[in-house]
Design a protein around this ligand. Sequence first.
Ligand SMILES: Nc1nc2c(c(=O)[nH]1)N[C@H]1C(S)=C(S)[C@@H](COP(=O)(O)O)O[C@H]1N2
Ligand SMILES: [Mo]
Length: 367
Amino acid sequence: MSKTNFGKHSDFVVKQENPFNASPPVKLLGRSSVTPTELFFVRSHGDVPMVNVDGYRLAVNGNVSKSLSLSLNELKNNFERVEVSATLQCAGNRREELIAVQPIPHELPWGVEAISHAAWVGVRLRDVLAAAGVDSEASLHQHVDFGGLDEAERLNTRFNFGGSIPLTKALNAEVILAYEMNGEPLMPAHGFPLRALVPGFIGARSVKWLERITVQDEPSQNYFQRHAYRLFAPQIGPETVNWDEGIMLSEMNVTSVICSHVEEEQVASGVVTVQGYSIAGGGRDVMRVDVSCDGGESWTAAKLLNDAGPWAWTLWKLELELKPGKYQLVVRAVDSAINSQSAEVAQVWNFKGYMNNAWHRVNIIVE
Ligand SMILES: Nc1nc2c(c(=O)[nH]1)N[C@H]1C(S)=C(S)[C@@H](COP(=O)(O)O)O[C@H]1N2
Ligand SMILES: [Mo]
């Protein structure tokens, strides 16, 4: 295990050493509902800060009647301990397929593995906001801004990572300040000692190494809210972009992915088991996962394997009887709002490479 591996699995695939960005091999993903922590993907925009818990304080300020400064123990002792089982997915998941359509410079070429699931323990954000005297009735149009301790560098300046969510989301029971992941204190790479956990939203809003929560009238001024993590129309590029026009990303969209096979894989004829994950954003449910082995001409519904609640991915499986030949496996899902996926990656291309939820296709050779 190399020094920069941050305690991860020896098969963990490091995409970038500095900052540390890494993900599990696709075939180890979605094997179980809960991703073992040593395989949970890591997305970081700056160096992983090593936080000394003795000096650690969380500040709660802004439009509150009582500003707070809390140690980790005060948080643990003064607020109810709650568990939330939730999947985290980066908005840049599956960027690699977008890059194959048209290059996306300076962004990480994630495959399908920038997603993982854990059992998180922490305190409800709304309990902490209530202790700070946030008047939820009077202030529904506000935003909750999270500030991290890590520093990123963009546009020649160094600044702390941050991002915000609407107060209406922050007041929901599923949004927590997490200090444990899969029964252990958070690992440094996942935000020790404390992170926001915003199920159903893009991963970027689950701010790690959380040091500040500010209730304010506007969304975060942070680069990662104002420039990055916005969705632009397909014709917009770096030269023509007006940063204010992109859609600030919040809820994830419905997606589905094949994890059992990789491109051009050779498999034996007979029963071929196709497996993967699917997830609907915003707490919606995955209602149906369809699998095709002929490029999308005909479809069969896959078996949905787990029901870990609205904030969790759905694992699925289908056994196909395949004779020798070439096949294109395809998967697509439908969620509880009957949202579905685009057939072609080109239809969802955008110059920052976010939210690719096109049908996932994998060509295999059966021998
Ligand atoms: N402080 C801080 N929080 C952060 C980030 C970061 O770089 N710094 N990356 C965000 C992004 S883009 C994602 S997808 C998730 C990834 O969480 P993980 O590394 O625990 O998988 O953390 C989010 N929180
Ligand atoms: Mo992300």
